[in-house]
Design a protein around this ligand. Structure first.
Ligand SMILES: [Fe+2]
Length: 340
């Protein structure tokens, strides 16, 4: 309601400016955000941004691949200022579709580690998500789990739950393993995981955790914040299920949510301010406290007891651009392995 009111006032002032011979359109105080995220934390961030800058945020949400296709199809007519999505693999798809323009911002460059943003400023990471194991405490001994290679270990035959290979989270993980291990070992891993399936992949990350609790499998591969969400809704799940931090290449596989300024953004300056706000301590804290993701800045302080309980971990320092570059190869490997 507040956004609508602001917009009507802004439309009015733009019309007045035009009538006075001032420039219209380009200087209207608004940002049109196309987002594939649908979290409460994002709503909070948008409202705070509006309060602090007077720039209204109009948010249009859709499923990631649809969103990318829609902006691409609209071409120069697209009203998008900022394009936001989850997973570096999807940011890569958007980049390949020509959706972004390069941004030069000292604030963004200093706040966001180089490994979590595009080298030419086409997109920037604003939250980190770790792909981890969850396991049944009564059926898995702590010493049984190591790095990602464990999922392919014959000791776990018939005991592993994973999602389908089409999901971008799995494609990005294998893309990282290709970089870390080389293609032969990465293919062996995919083959080995398929041999260990407890069931045909089905459902989302949350469903894999519930399957561990239900005894359908002993170990599952999921993004950390889904486990945090389950704990928030039912703390008793930690009686039976625990988190494990697997490693590859010197750390846990970490992906990002990210955004960039749209190629034909009608409000490019407001769009950059919006990105800079996303990188601020305040917005980073909201993402961590409300959505359970990790800030991109390691030293942002926040209060999230469930995440604190997970403990600390070392993140793979791999540049997330690699996840997009190895995407097609990863998909072919999954297909060869027969991972549905
Ligand atoms: Fe997710």
């Amino acid at each position: 309601m507040r956004t609508l009111f602001r917009l009507s006032v802004l439309t009015l002032s733009a019309a007045l400016l035009a009538a006075c011979g001032g420039e219209s359109g380009g200087d209207a105080q608004e940002v049109i955000l196309y987002t594939a995220r649908h979290y409460d934390s994002d709503e909070l961030i948008n409202r705070r941004f509006e309060e602090e800058t007077g720039i209204a945020v109009r948010s249009i949400s859709a499923d990631s691949d649809l969103l990318i296709e829609r902006i691409r199809a609209d071409g120069a007519r697209s009203p998008a200022d900022v394009v936001m999505t989850v997973d570096a693999g999807r940011l890569y798809r958007a980049e390949q579709a020509g959706l972004f323009q390069p941004v030069q911002s000292d604030i963004l460059d200093s706040r966001i580690p180089a490994s979590l943003r595009h080298p030419d400023g086409l997109w920037f990471g604003f939250s980190r998500r770790a792909r981890v194991f969850v396991y049944a405490k009564d059926r898995v001994q702590p010493g049984e789990l190591g790095g990602y290679e464990t999922l392919a270990d014959p000791a776990l035959r018939g005991r592993v739950c994973v999602r389908s290979s089409g999901v971008i989270y799995n494609i990005s993980l294998l893309a990282a393993l290709i970089d870390r291990w080389g293609p032969d070992r990465a293919q062996d891993w995919a083959d080995g995981v398929v041999a260990n399936f407890a069931r045909i992949p089905s459902g989302a990350d949350m469903d894999q955790i519930l399957a561990v609790r239900a005894g359908e499998c002993d170990v599952a591969l999921v993004n950390h914040y889904y486990f945090a969400r389950l704990i928030a809704s039912d703390p008793t799940i930690t009686d039976t299920v625990a988190i494990h931090w697997p490693e590859a290449g010197g750390g846990v596989h970490v992906n990002i949510s990210g955004a960039g300024v749209a190629a034909g953004a009608p409000h490019p300056e407001a769009a950059v301010r919006y990105l800079e706000f996303l990188a601020s301590d305040e917005a980073q804290r909201m993402v961590a406290e409300t959505n359970g993701e990790y800030p991109v800045e390691a030293d942002v302080e926040y209060d999230n007891p469930i995440i604190a309980e997970f403990g600390t971990f070392e993140a793979d320092p791999l540049n997330v651009s690699v996840l997009g570059e190895n995407q097609a190869e990863a998909q072919r490997m999954f297909d060869r392995a027969g991972w549905p």
